[in-house]
Design a protein around this ligand. Structure first.
Ligand code: CA
Length: 227
């Protein structure tokens, strides 16, 4: 009889352990659910179909919202961007995306943005970035000419010829007329609206707006995001 009691006490022990394990699992699941529902640090961009420079595997995604008629974007591309390229893109720490916010000139800005979207999709990332750089190179320094219509179809096609073959340029000029790439600019503009972006260039690092002014502040932000 005593032996039987001992046996039944021993039988109870695993069930206590089982309850304890179930309790632990419930606590873990609750923790995971809470973690999954924590607000994300930054805006969740859909980066698909957006031109970028850098390694796909890079931890940090930098986004520039720019306008091809914006003189500050030109100076950003020529003075700030080479530093980003050296410190973050070439080192594999970050990817750099360009998204369109055409607003400065009613016709020129949008025309250049739609044309560039067509270049990216039809001719690829490498030609896109050469064309992108060339457009800023050719933007006149005299900002009083800011509102003069310059980014005509002819100008854009000729500029494209400087970085690719005549056939490619003719192909894009013809596709541009179909206006099928306006929707890619519209997608970028939907972010502008959602994020309440009011000027160019506006920079995001992993979905968080860069609010600083100096390159040192920018470096700090990217380094923190890389951790
Ligand atoms: Ca885009």
């Amino acid at each position: 009889m005593a032996k039987k009691q001992k046996k039944s006490a021993a039988n109870k022990r695993p069930s206590k352990f089982l309850y304890w394990m179930i309790g632990l699992i419930v606590v873990c699941i609750a923790g995971l659910v809470i973690l999954a529902n924590l607000p994300k640090d930054g805006f969740d961009f859909d980066y698909a179909d957006q031109p970028f420079l850098g390694e796909k595997s890079a931890d940090v995604s930098i986004v520039e919202f720019g306008d091809y008629k914006c003189p500050v974007c030109k100076s950003f591309t020529q003075s700030f961007f080479p530093l980003i390229e050296k410190d973050f893109i070439n080192t594999g720490k970050a990817k750099f995306y360009f998204m369109n916010y055409p607003f400065i000139h009613p016709a020129d800005s949008t025309r250049a943005a739609v044309f560039a979207e067509a270049v990216y999709t039809e001719l690829g990332n490498d030609i896109f970035w050469k064309f992108h750089e060339k457009l800023y190179d050719k933007q006149p320094d005299d900002t009083s000419k800011e509102n003069v219509e310059l980014n005509t179809e002819e100008f854009l096609t000729d500029t494209l010829k400087e970085v690719t073959s005549e056939e490619n340029a003719a192909k894009i000029a013809s596709i541009y007329k179909e206006n099928k790439y306006q929707k890619q600019v519209d997608k970028d503009l939907s972010y502008v609206e959602e994020l309440n972006i009011t000027g160019t260039p506006t920079i995001y690092v992993n979905g968080v707006k860069f609010e600083g002014n100096t390159y040192e502040e920018f470096q700090e932000m990217v380094n923190k995001a890389a951790k």
